[in-house]
Design a protein around this ligand. Structure first.
Ligand code: AMP
Length: 361
């Protein structure tokens, strides 16, 4: 694993794997600090290209293109957790990669992730490994119903998971997720979903943002509200769990940790080893946004203050909701962020808005 030996000065170049909206917002934040971004993505129409100094269109297993990319940048990061392990490992031999390859591998596999988190004494839902019908049946006997069956890898926004109710046929549930290696999780009867957005630097400095309360529809994030309507005890627990996880991973960059709140209990659902949709509110309600914080962290700069100066509700603009842009742009106190995607497919994240009001608490 390579580390940076000194802070990367303005004029340096950050390489980003993936060219979606997260890379786009990272690139915009980096530009403000005089740091250029070079985006590496297989799709020729990636939203980040329009705002970045350089880009490469190539597959993640094109090792010649990856070698040229590594030679052109000072540090590599990524905007999505499904970066192939071999791609990250190849780059890691040539240039510092942050967050590191081992954090990436942990977050990519739900069994490794849950084993790691519960090993820290941080609660997760009861879980069991599932590889076939027999192991699913024994897992159901142990964990009970309702339960959630999730693929070990490549799940996001509710994809690759299915609920097992009292009357669900286990074989059909396995079919739903394509008979892939999976984890069975006990169903958590949560009151709320929250997340912790935190950053850690190469030297171990940690900054944690206020806890947003997240509302999902059809498994896709709709809104994040800050402050969350949770007790100070729950907020402190959530922040403590986030801080323990980021330190134990020896992590560099911004992390998103999704959690369930049930009464005064906090249960970790999953880790996203990247900037996170539930941190978009930081762009307009904090001194330093999660995007700038990530760039600062991976470039070896001092972390910025995560302090929040406003109350805020972030709402995603999905699909054709983007057509309301003119009306939204006219709304006082609203900050509009559009991702420059040409096609407004159903449910696609096209932009978000932050509605900011004076801080009350
Ligand atoms: P995930 O892909 O793990 O982020 O799950 C997507 C969404 O499914 C979560 O945000 C929850 O709303 C729901 N969910 C996932 N796992 C569980 C669980 N064990 N119990 C209850 N709801 C869950």
């Amino acid at each position: 694993m390579k580390r940076i030996s000194a802070p990367l000065p303005p004029g340096s170049t950050v390489g980003i794997l993936g060219g979606g909206q997260l890379a786009r917002m990272l690139s915009l934040a980096a530009a403000r600090l005089g740091i250029a971004c070079h985006i590496y993505a297989p799709e020729a129409d990636s939203p980040a290209f329009a705002v970045s100094a350089a880009h490469t269109v190539a597959a993640y297993d094109d090792f010649a293109a990856l070698a040229r990319f590594a030679a052109a940048v000072d540090v590599v990061t990524y905007e999505f957790e499904n970066v192939p392990g071999e791609t990250a490992a190849f780059l890691d031999t040539r240039v510092p990669v942050a967050p590191g390859v081992s954090a990436l591998r942990t977050a990519q596999d739900r069994i490794a992730e849950k084993t790691f988190i519960s090993g820290l004494g941080v609660p997760v839902a009861p879980f069991a490994e599932v590889s076939d019908l027999a192991s699913l049946e024994s897992a159901l006997a142990r964990i009970g119903r309702p339960a959630v069956l999730k693929t070990r890898r490549f799940g996001y926004d509710g994809k690759g998971q299915t609920r097992i109710q009292a009357d669900t046929d286990p074989a059909a549930a396995l079919g739903e997720i394509g008979h892939q290696p999976a984890v069975l999780e006990g169903f958590v009867r949560f009151d709320k979903e929250v997340s912790v957005i935190a950053a850690r630097s190469w030297s171990g400095q940690v900054a944690v943002y206020d806890v947003p309360e997240n509302h999902h529809e059809n498994h896709i994030l709709r809104t994040s509200t800050v402050p969350a309507r949770i007790s100070s005890g729950v907020a402190a627990k959530a922040r403590d769990f986030g801080s323990r996880i980021i330190a134990a991973l020896d992590y560099v960059g911004v992390i998103g940790v999704e959690m369930f709140v049930a009464g005064e209990e906090v249960i970790v659902n999953e880790i996203a080893p990247r900037v996170h949709n539930s941190g978009h509110w930081t762009m307009d309600a904090c001194h330093v946004s999660q995007f700038e914080q990530h760039i600062r962290a991976i470039c070896g700069w001092p972390l910025g203050s995560p302090e929040r100066h406003a109350d805020v509700v972030m709402s995603n603009l999905l699909g054709d909701e983007i057509n309301r842009w003119a009306e939204l742009a006219a709304e006082p106190g609203l900050h509009l962020h559009l991702y420059g995607k040409r096609e407004a497919r159903n449910g696609r994240k096209m932009g978000h808005v932050n509605r900011v009001t004076p801080r009350q608490a």
